[in-house]
Design a protein around this ligand. Structure first.
Ligand SMILES: NC(=O)c1ccc[n+]([C@@H]2O[C@H](COP(=O)([O-])OP(=O)(O)OC[C@H]3O[C@@H](n4cnc5c(N)ncnc54)[C@H](OP(=O)(O)O)[C@@H]3O)[C@@H](O)[C@H]2O)c1
Length: 272
């Protein structure tokens, strides 16, 4: 077994993933940061190393996170990540599957290849990474944090494929939690509501609507995710208002839920 036990965070270059990396680092965890933007990852690794050195809390004397520039949606990415970590003498104790994106608009109007690319990242890559690192995580009695969304609780006309990808993440995570609960491995689904990050611009949210997000900050979402994960909670929905939305999504009549979501997404969308 390798000496260096890391928290692997995908999509750590920006938004919720970068904040999750900061929270883990502030609690003394050693990190591996994965995303496509090397410059952003290097800058974050420097920042974490500097703050760890200043506070002296990073354990094992390892100060700088491992930086891995990778497109996690490409075939073979999980094996490439595992090989890179092995070469660094590291094994994954906690996996944070955070990389993901959304697309706003009716499924019939959005590009087919982009929607499939989203399913590839949000669903296939997340599943493959989980399965690839499960042996290490089980051996370490570690943890998995999968970033879903409040969208996971409801069908989402106007973002149909995105909501469906997050329903998969929630269902997969809860079932894994059940399968692994007696082995001392915890699995948590983090389900944020709208959060200011790079997400809106990538999804095609109207720029005028980006500032109208009245959700939590990415830092607040990350803090809630960390606390929920460490407490072994199966599902973590940060913010009281979003817990109400999740409840509404689960128990209100389906047609009512879909009319509501369709109206919201129509308003948020960039004009075609
Ligand atoms: N913001 C919200 O309103 C919100 C709400 C609920 C759930 N979420 C979920 O939260 C997660 C993080 O989103 P965010 O809001 O933080 O968005 P963000 O600011 O756009 O960050 C997305 C991160 O994912 C990385 N990424 C994207 N494609 C990737 C790929 N193919 N391979 C590797 N990394 C990739 C990006 O880095 P690179 O571009 O450098 O690769 C970036 O670090 C997503 O799963 C999202 O669905 C977001």
């Amino acid at each position: 077994m390798s000496a260096r036990k890391v928290v692997l965070v995908t999509g750590a270059s920006l938004g919720i993933g970068a904040e999750l990396a900061r929270v883990f680092a502030s609690h003394g965890h050693d990190l591996a940061l994965a995303a496509r933007s090397r410059d952003r990852l290097e800058a974050l690794a420097d920042e974490i190393a500097a703050s760890g050195a200043a506070s002296g809390i990073i354990r094992s004397g390892i100060l700088r996170p491992i930086v891995i520039e990778i497109d996690v949606a490409r075939p073979g990415a999980a094996d490439a990540l595992a090989a890179r970590l092995l070469a660094e003498g590291a094994s994954v104790e906690i996996l944070v599957n955070n990389a993901g994106f959304g697309l706003i608009g009716p499924a019939s109007a959005l590009a087919r290849d982009e929607q499939i690319e989203m399913v590839d990242l949000n669903v296939r890559a997340l599943t493959d990474l989980t399965l690839a690192f499960l042996p290490d995580i089980r051996a370490a009695r570690g943890r998995i944090l999968n970033v879903a969304s409040v969208a996971a609780f409801l069908p989402g006309p106007g973002m149909a494929a995105y909501y469906a990808t997050k329903a998969f993440v929630l269902s997969f995570s809860e079932a894994l939690w059940f399968e692994l609960r007696e082995e001392g491995v915890t699995v948590s689904a983090l389900c944020p509501g709208p959060t200011a990050s790079g997400f809106g611009a990538r999804a095609g949210v109207h720029p005028g609507m980006l500032d109208s997000v009245r959700g939590l900050t990415a830092a607040q979402v990350a803090q809630a995710g960390y606390e929920g994960l460490m407490a072994g909670r199966r599902v973590v929905v940060p913010g009281f208002g979003f817990r109400v939305s999740a409840w509404f999504g689960r128990f209100a009549p389906r047609l009512l839920v879909m009319s509501f979501v369709a109206r919201v997404q129509m308003k948020r969308r960039l004009p075609p």
